[in-house]
Write a protein that binds this ligand. Structure first.
Ligand SMILES: Cc1cc2nc3c(=O)[nH]c(=O)nc-3n(C[C@H](O)[C@H](O)[C@H](O)COP(=O)(O)OP(=O)(O)OC[C@H]3O[C@@H](n4cnc5c(N)ncnc54)[C@H](O)[C@@H]3O)c2cc1C
Length: 453
């Protein structure tokens, strides 16, 4: 059965997956529910990187402002979609809905699905758990006992967005040491690079982004050009960046690595032993906390609920009345318009409205759109990659000049909203203040450690 959901706005992301300590990693300027309204900007009293609770407050307030709370059926699950007749010619869809104690059928002429992609934390259980003797938790879904972090040696497993967040949390909670054990050291985005990319009126070419990353990565002796994520031509005038997670945005991660509070260890855990993790290459790391940050699985029942057979673009079974809007997986791009999901969502919303207004126009381009067919071995076929969305957009924009013009207007909002909320001097001084604060924190921790010895 599909999840019954929540009793208010914020989605699985902010109501379930985020921790008490989670903050928005990208800047607040473009992360606004009313993004497409040029007159509405993010709340001024909100912090640049707002907390989970502050984002929830914003979502609820926005819903109420527009009377959406009265129209929304919270705690209601879509169990099945049925197609009745030719939906472009008098047919309809039947939605089978359930709440905790009732069920009903709703007749609709289109369905825009926004099922999200974060449902359950991916788990690994290693042999030797009993012998280990320490604390093992997920680094997400608000399941961390923060008291366990003080003075602890923490092994974070995985290198995605939650790893970036939990390196900060461990530093703030005064952990003694943080090891990040990962198969791939994904690239993270320094805060000023995220600011620069979001503030640019046009997408910035890959080489700019690599050079900007390099300034921070040089502190750690990492050559970004040589990183497996980067595929550049010989004269470095073009670079495609491909990784399976989006860029976590952070500065403190870099500082923690620089001060050797955090150490990145390439490898995989084979087993646990008393107070240690043992890697497959035989290396042992002493730790008393293991935090799993291995990503999430999507809604495993959604393919079946929606009757997924294939995607054309982001339309289920090539049906112009059945678009899906969900966070795309990973990064694959040679130009960058921002690290925030919001502008991408906005483009998809504009496009969905354009197609829904006159679905017949979709039919002429449908077969040119990138297609993915259901793979029965894969449990969440509805989750697409960023490159799939990008290729869809390129084709649609090539065919529909009015849509292209509308999207250009929406794109302009990104830089405008961002720069209004985060003027350079203000943003830089905020990043600097945070940078200095964390340096102080790390130096104090080091002094403390020497004294304890
Ligand atoms: C911890 C965390 C931090 C993040 N930080 C950032 C950031 O800094 N910047 C950024 O741009 N993005 C960030 N993201 C990405 C974030 O997920 C998106 O920005 C956005 O919140 C996704 O919203 P959504 O509504 O698409 O999905 P979700 O929040 O996942 O919501 C999906 C909803 O669909 C409902 N649903 C699914 N199936 C059914 C069904 N069958 N019937 C009824 N309801 C159903 C679920 O109950 C849920 O309420 C972050 C994500 C996480 C997890």
């Amino acid at each position: 059965m599909a999840s019954l959901g929540y009793d208010s706005f914020g989605g699985t992301t902010w109501r379930d997956v985020a921790n008490e300590t989670t903050k928005l990693q990208t800047e607040k300027g473009t992360y606004v529910p009313e993004y497409l309204d040029p007159a509405v900007h993010c709340p001024e009293d909100m912090k640049t990187w707002p907390s989970r609770d502050s984002i929830l407050e914003m979502c609820v307030a926005c819903g109420e402002r527009h009377g959406l709370d009265e129209k929304t059926r919270f705690n209601t699950s879509l169990e099945k979609l049925e197609v009745k007749g030719d939906t472009l010619n008098g047919g309809h869809y039947e939605l089978h809905l359930t709440t905790e104690d009732a069920s009903e059928t709703l007749k609709v002429s289109a369905l825009i699905s926004c099922p999200g992609t974060f449902y359950n934390p991916i788990d690994i259980k290693w042999p030797g758990r009993d012998e280990f003797g320490g604390y093992v938790c997920h680094g997400s879904y608000d399941s961390i006992n923060y008291d366990k972090l003080k003075d602890a040696s923490v092994c974070i497993v995985g290198h995605g967005g939650f790893t970036i967040e939990n390196v900060r949390t461990c530093v703030e909670r005064k952990s003694k040491k943080v090891y990040v054990v990962c198969r791939h050291r994904h690239l993270a985005g320094p805060k000023m690079v995220s600011w620069m990319v979001s503030g640019a009126a046009v997408p910035l070419p890959g080489p700019y982004v690599v050079e900007a990353f390099q300034m921070m990565y040089s502190l750690l002796g990492v050559d970004v050009w040589a990183h497996p994520v980067v595929n550049a031509n010989a004269d470095r005038s073009s670079a495609i960046l491909t990784q399976t997670t989006t860029f976590g945005v952070t500065d403190i991660y870099f500082l923690a690595c620089y001060y050797k509070v955090c150490e990145i260890v390439n490898g995989e855990i084979e087993k646990l032993s008393k107070g240690k993790v043992v890697l497959t290459d035989g290396k042992e790391l002493e730790c008393n906390v293991i935090m799993k940050c291995l990503g999430s699985t999507g809604a495993t029942d959604f393919d079946e609920i929606i009757g997924f057979q294939f995607y054309q673009g982001w339309w289920v079974n090539g049906d112009p009345l059945l678009p899906v809007v969900a966070p795309a997986k990973g990064v694959q791009a040679k130009n960058f318009a921002g690290f925030s999901l919001a502008p991408g969502y906005a483009g998809m919303i504009v496009t969905n409205r354009y197609i829904l207004d006159d679905p017949a126009r979709f039919l002429g381009v449908r077969d040119w759109l990138p297609k993915t067919t259901k793979d029965d071995h894969y449990e969440c076929n509805y989750i697409y990659k960023g490159s799939h969305v990008l290729a869809t957009m390129v084709i649609l924009q090539g065919q529909f000049p009015e849509l292209t013009a509308e999207l250009a207007e929406a794109d302009k909002l990104k830089a405008e909203k961002h720069m209004k909320a985060h003027p350079l001097e203000k943003h830089l001084s905020e990043c600097l203040a945070e940078w200095k604060m964390y340096i102080k924190m790390m130096k104090a921790a080091r002094k403390d450690k020497v004294q304890k010895c």
